[in-house]
Design a protein around this ligand. Structure first.
Ligand code: DOR
Ligand code: ZN
Length: 283
């Protein structure tokens, strides 16, 4: 019988380490990773190449001795982002990708994009230079039910952007639906991240028997059939689906609140949870 399990050093393609005292507290939990894509939704957000370089230094300072983590930085896309700054930051090796938050979609997204036409120039420049766009894929239209916001985003926003920006490399981040899985499977030149928590919880875990705020994140977990579709994709071996934990710490007082923050802090337990998922799936 097998009694030992060797796990390849994992990369995390979507991670929130925050800043200041929170960064100092959570960074050690991600120190043994390989590479990790750092989310730029600080307050204020990481918008320029210079800000990304400074944030990278603060992350390196927060890591314990012997850490293997290599932070890969991202820029927070705004309607006034300068394409030249993005290209220069990428050419200098300061950033690996640019992050698109629809304004109002999630935590610290107020500086995100309202009118997607206004970022066309940046996206075209990125397509030319091969810079990936990491996408928080939810519409913010109040008329759209929160459980439908990802599926509607695919048709209403992502598909038009990809059609008019050929060659743009896109990562649909933290997919939570069978529609997200199927969309990625039907496309060339794009991938998707899947979080740890969306492989193990569905919306019942948040809402049945009392509200459990530590399971609340965005995109919110969907019904069980979607969780099963995510597990099949994650364990399929198809390289278009990869890990982005979206480990997103908030203070307890901000989670356990009448208006609680979105985010699941999974970094300390991610690998053991994933080992369980893969064993359960025989993968
Ligand atoms: O649940 C989430 N938390 N989803 C996001 O998109 C942002 C994140 C955060 O920064 O807390
Ligand atoms: Zn995130």
């Amino acid at each position: 019988m097998n009694t030992s399990l060797t796990i390849t050093r994992p990369d995390d393609w979507h991670l929130h380490l925050r800043d200041g005292p929170m960064l100092a507290a959570v960074a050690p939990h991600s120190a043994r990773l390989g590479r990790a894509i750092m989310m730029p939704n600080l307050v204020p957000p990481v918008v320029t190449g210079a800000e990304a370089a400074a944030y990278r230094q603060r992350i390196l300072t927060a890591l314990p001795p012997g850490a293997t983590l290599r932070p890969l930085m991202t820029l927070y896309l705004t309607e006034t982002t300068d394409p030249a700054d993005v290209l220069a930051a990428h050419a200098a090796g300061l950033i690996a990708a640019v992050k698109l938050y629809p304004a109002g979609a999630t935590t610290n997204s107020a500086s995100g994009v309202r009118d997607f036409d206004r970022v066309r120039g940046v996206l075209e420049a990125m397509a030319g230079a091969g810079i990936p766009l990491c996408v928080h894929g939810e519409v913010t239209d109040p008329a759209v039910d929160i459980f439908d916001r990802e599926a509607v985003f695919l048709d209403r926003v992502l598909e038009p952007i990809r059609r008019r920006t050929p060659g743009l490399r896109v990562v649909m981040e933290h997919i939570t639906t069978a529609e997200g899985v199927d969309y990625v499977a039907s496309q060339q030149d794009m991938g998707a991240t899947i979080t740890t928590h969306h492989l193990v919880i569905n919306r019942n875990h948040i809402l049945v028997g009392g509200i459990r705020p530590h399971y609340y994140c965005l995109p919110v977990a969907k019904r069980e059939s979607h969780r099963l579709a995510l597990r099949r994709a994650a364990t399929s071996g198809d390289p278009r689906y990869f890990l982005g934990t979206d480990s997103a710490p908030h203070p307890d007082r901000a989670k356990e609140s009448a208006c609680g923050c979105a985010g699941c802090f999974t970094a300390p337990n991610t690998l053991s949870i994933l080992a369980q998922v893969f064993e359960d799936e025989g993968a």
